[in-house]
Design a protein around this ligand. Structure first.
Ligand SMILES: C[S@@+](CC[C@H](N)C(=O)[O-])C[C@H]1O[C@@H](n2cnc3c(N)ncnc32)[C@H](O)[C@@H]1O
Ligand code: SF4
Ligand code: SF4
Length: 354
């Protein structure tokens, strides 16, 4: 282990669980670069050039540390992009995060993880490395480009070789919605620790290729996911397939009710400095280069509205309403234009439907 690593930052077995590690923490999703070696069909990015330089990255880290200290919060940083491993400052930044005793994870397409990179990453003790797999080889490559699947599998294998916990993320779209079981099979073969999935989000007027799931398609996938959670349960009670994101708990009662964190314990910082409550909502609340995080967050009407939003009228009478509070706001916003209604993919009938 590098001498600069804070031993307190080394994860315990419990803390290393990719799902549990985020619970109770403020999460910064930090897009350190928008550069990427791939051009996935569904990607929400519209620029692939901007990235933070060394001084900008370290200034953001200082601000985030001050924000956490002022509010007595425990923080967790998801280093993402673009492709975070394409940033020339990635390792230095990750080492500094660990040295300061903060926890972090890496969200990557997996294609740039060589043996050497895996060894360096393992020394930095990320809580987990999330690798995107969007289907079996043919479907994944159709979405992400030729050779992307084989390179991602190699990356996963190197991570596992060095003892890093790997989480696979599957972004569900119309053209890969039957692929979850195949991704689970591949993930098990490559000794992945967890597989979770989420719905693709594209504002409806921009969804020219109709990638977003219909409510019926989503419901069927959620049902299949619940079954896969049962089928992939291990002797210690954990499952490979988790059903923990928006509304998935409805077919997986032991996964715990999901609660959208936009406006609450989640903050996005993009490589151009723009700050957002969620990367999949259209709202920019300010720019990190213009000040400290606390005043920007507190002064944002959107953050306030998201934080204080009540339970949608259409959800009244639902037994999950207190925690679920309307499902995924990003889906609602993309499909309806409003952040505050009931998730249009939800099949539970509230009193308003009676
Ligand atoms: C933006 S990528 C950055 C990290 C890395 N380049 C990767 O592909 O995993 C993070 C995750 O966002 C997902 N994503 C990209 N565009 C999306 C969209 N329009 N809706 C939902 N998820 C999206 C990707 O599939 C990926 O799993
Ligand atoms: S690899 Fe990630 S950042 Fe790059 S294009 Fe694909 S989804 Fe977007
Ligand atoms: S009715 Fe509303 S609160 Fe209940 S599960 Fe559906 S979206 Fe969540």
């Amino acid at each position: 282990m590098s001498e600069n690593i804070n031993p307190a930052a080394v994860p315990t077995a419990q803390e290393a669980d990719p799902v549990k590690v985020l619970a109770g923490r403020h999460v910064l999703q930090w897009h350190i670069t928008h550069r990427c070696n791939l051009r996935c069909k569904h990607c929400y990015q519209d620029d692939f050039q901007v990235e933070m330089n060394h001084d900008e990255l370290f200034a953001v880290l200082d601000k985030y540390e001050r924000f956490l200290n002022e509010r007595n919060l425990k923080g967790h940083i998801n280093l993402t992009g673009g492709e975070p491993l394409a940033s020339p400052h990635f390792y230095e930044l990750a080492e500094e995060i660990t040295r300061r005793g903060m926890t972090f994870s890496i969200l990557t397409n997996g294609t740039m993880i060589t043996e050497e990179n895996a060894a360096r990453i393992a020394l930095l003790q990320p809580r987990f490395v999330q690798v995107s797999l969007d289907g079996g080889p043919d479907v994944h490559d159709a979405i992400r480009g030729a050779g992307a699947s084989a390179a991602a599998y190699r990356g996963i294998d190197w991570m596992k070789e060095f003892g890093v916990r790997v989480l696979v993320s599957f972004t569900a779209q119309r053209n890969n919605r039957f692929e979850l079981a195949e991704v689970a099979r591949i993930a098990a073969k490559h000794k992945v620790d967890k597989l979770w999935w989420d719905r693709v989000i594209i504002p409806i007027d921009l969804d020219k290729d109709h990638l977003m799931l219909t409510p019926q398609q989503f419901r069927l996938l959620a049902w299949r996911s619940g079954r896969l959670t049962g089928k992939t349960r291990r002797a210690d009670g954990t499952s490979l397939v988790t059903s923990v994101r928006g509304l998935q708990f409805l077919y997986c009662p032991d996964s715990g009710t999901y609660s959208c964190q936009a406006g609450r314990n989640l903050l996005i910082i993009k490589a151009d400095g723009d700050m957002m409550p969620c990367r999949r909502l259209p709202d920019i609340i300010g720019n990190i280069k213009d000040g400290e995080i606390g005043p920007i967050v507190d002064g944002s009407p959107v953050m306030k509205a998201l934080r204080e939003a009540g339970i949608p009228e259409a959800c009244s009478g639902c037994p999950h309403a207190q925690k679920c509070r309307g499902g995924s706001r990003c889906v609602t916003c993309a499909k309806t234009g409003s952040r505050f209604g009931k998730d249009p993919d939800c099949w539970i009938k509230g009193r308003a439907d009676a």
